[in-house]
Design a protein around this ligand. Sequence first.
Ligand code: GTP
Ligand code: MG
Length: 322
Amino acid sequence: MLAPAHGGVQGGSSIRLGISGVPGVGKSTFIEALGSHIIAAGHRLAVLAIDPSSRRSGGSILGDKTRMETLARNEAAFIRPSPTGGTLGGVARRTRETMLLCEAAGFDVVIVETVGIGQSETAVADMVDMFVLLMLPGGGDELQGIKKGVVELADLILVNKADGEFAAAAERAVADYRSALRLLRPALSQWRPEVLAVSALAGTNIDKMWQVIGRFRHTVEADGALAERRAEQARAALWAEISAGLLEQLRLSPVLRARLPEIEDEVMAGRAAPAVAARRLLEAFLAGTASAGPDASGPGAGGPSAGGPGAASGAAPGGARP
Ligand SMILES: Nc1nc2c(ncn2[C@@H]2O[C@H](COP(=O)(O)OP(=O)(O)OP(=O)(O)O)[C@@H](O)[C@H]2O)c(=O)[nH]1
Ligand SMILES: [Mg+2]
């Protein structure tokens, strides 16, 4: 069982789980089942989603809420659908922020769900401690349209719907994935990804899977691998924020706005190489922001002294110190 409080992990004592799988694999049903188990164990759970497509923008938020009916009504659970619109990067950044807010608000288990469109599995794997992949039974050793790269991200593979007529197929799939995983290099050297058959509908092996999560947490926390993974993720998030912030500044820049149409025309007509044109634009932007500093403070205080800033600011400290 997962201890409710652990020190030493950046971001507090929370555990962050990513859950992905093709539409219909049973993610919502599974989160409902796991969530109820987690809350019964005394935790508070936040469920966030990353879905860069528009399919969730309409009625399916409602559909999901009804599939997570018990959770949605529980005070210890917070369910938020994916931010809509924008790029995958933007959606992921906002979800990461929400995740940190949820942790600060005392939700010690955060689940980030994605249906796996575009690169969204990677985006989720890049913000969680443990990435869990839900699979359908059957299909033999073929990967059910799931890209091999996604399987490589998984710390745990669950073959769902291991009940009724699918039970035997699920067991075969478990064996197939176990042997397939042996050929892949694990994401963390400390942890060999596990494969488990579960039934979200019947609740089979949900307790066992929660134990696996606890064991994973314990293993990767013990020697600092979890702290390292979170630190790397935080560094990547920093750069994502810097890139997005810079791009926003660029888009709002009057210098850029003034010159962009003409430069775009030149590039489109083949009169200028994109790399050269981009460098010219960036230089203009940087020159603009550099001169924006003194100009901005000028009207208030520096107006009159603008003619001789070098002499004025250079003389004072120079004369005072010796
Ligand atoms: N037999 C069986 N059916 C299941 C199980 N889990 C989910 N289902 C069924 O599979 C269907 C899809 O389940 P969802 O939980 O909506 O799947 P999802 O992955 O959230 O689907 P999307 O939100 O569309 O991506 C529903 O009819 C569920 O009742 C299971 O363990 N066993
Ligand atoms: Mg769903």
